[in-house]
Design a protein around this ligand. Structure first.
Ligand code: AMP
Length: 283
């Protein structure tokens, strides 16, 4: 029987809806998002449907993961379009708490992850970020109590941090990472791509092209350090302000010097005009 998309805005209606699934012994998947949904998010929803009977999508632009100078205020908010897309995708439940529901007056907890969260990548440029992410994702896991939660490999360091956090807290769920969904020209889909001017948009795929080229050269045994230095030069010449382009161990995110050090993931963050883009690729 087709079911309609329920929208829960407070904990009571969330718990009522999840309890109804559990009463029927249905399994539950969670897809956490900040809204402004695109094909990447909808791919997570589709994969979630393969892995569980019911799919809950959370939409919450989390103030705790933005620094005061970042784009919390201007982050795209397209709730009605998101709900229409999730209805079309046959998701079961949208969890859309207000900031007051998530962080009531007197809220006093912060989860401060270490390990991959201190790898010197995103954390170096956004020091507040993973504390905000780990705290809200732990809350989402405890609110929704899913069997499985799906995250994009697009935010690779985040995926490692959340996986470790769930394991460290013995949370009874599986965290699954889904490959990055890209535009035809290779640009990783991101809600922030909407910030790019037409001219910046035409240059943006260079980020993925450089990652691909670097991965190919490292696989051909060219020295990692030299390959990355040349990658940074190429991006800089194309007008990117590069925060980092690094080769790291795919699981620990520890620095690696060569292919022997082990499965390698390339990670990049760079600004094009005012827009900060991130991407990553397996070697
Ligand atoms: P966001 O709304 O940007 O916080 O992203 C919500 C989830 O969607 C995160 O797990 C992201 O990693 C994932 N995601 C964002 N962009 C993509 C993409 N291009 N491909 C796959 N997953 C993505």
């Amino acid at each position: 029987m087709p079911t309609r998309l329920t929208i829960a805005r407070n904990l009571r209606s969330l718990r009522t809806a999840v309890a109804a699934f559990r009463k029927k012994r249905e399994t539950v998947a969670l897809v956490p998002t900040m809204g402004a949904l695109h094909r990447g998010h909808l791919t997570l929803v589709k994969e979630a449907q393969r892995r569980a009977d019911r799919v809950v999508v959370s939409i919450f632009v989390n103030p705790a993961q933005f620094a005061p100078h970042e784009d919390f205020g201007s982050y795209p908010r397209t709730f009605d379009t998101d709900v229409a897309a999730l209805t079309e995708a046959k998701a079961d439940l949208v969890w859309a708490p207000t900031a007051q529901v998530m962080y009531p007056d007197g809220f006093a907890l912060k989860i401060e992850p270490a390990g991959a969260a201190k790898a010197g990548l995103e954390d170096k440029f956004r020091p507040h970020f993973f504390g905000g992410v780990a705290t809200v994702v732990a809350k989402l896991f405890l609110q929704v109590t899913p069997d499985v939660a799906l995250f994009g490999q697009k935010d690779y360091q985040q995926l490692r941090v959340v996986t470790q956090m769930a394991s460290d807290l013995d949370l009874p769920l599986k965290v699954v990472g889904i490959p990055t969904v890209r535009e035809r020209d290779g640009l990783a889909l991101s809600s922030r791509n909407a910030y790019l001017s037409a001219e910046e948009r035409s240059r943006a795929p260079m980020l993925a092209r450089v990652l691909n080229a670097c991965a190919g050269r490292i696989n051909r045994r060219e020295p990692v350090e030299m390959v990355l230095e040349e990658g940074v030069t190429e991006l800089t010449q194309a007008g990117f302000a590069v925060d980092y382009l690094e080769a790291r161990h795919a699981l620990t995110l520890a620095p690696v010097a060569s292919l022997k050090d082990g499965p390698i993931r390339l990670l990049v963050a760079a600004k094009l005009g005012k827009t900060r883009l991130i991407d990553n690729l397996a070697v």
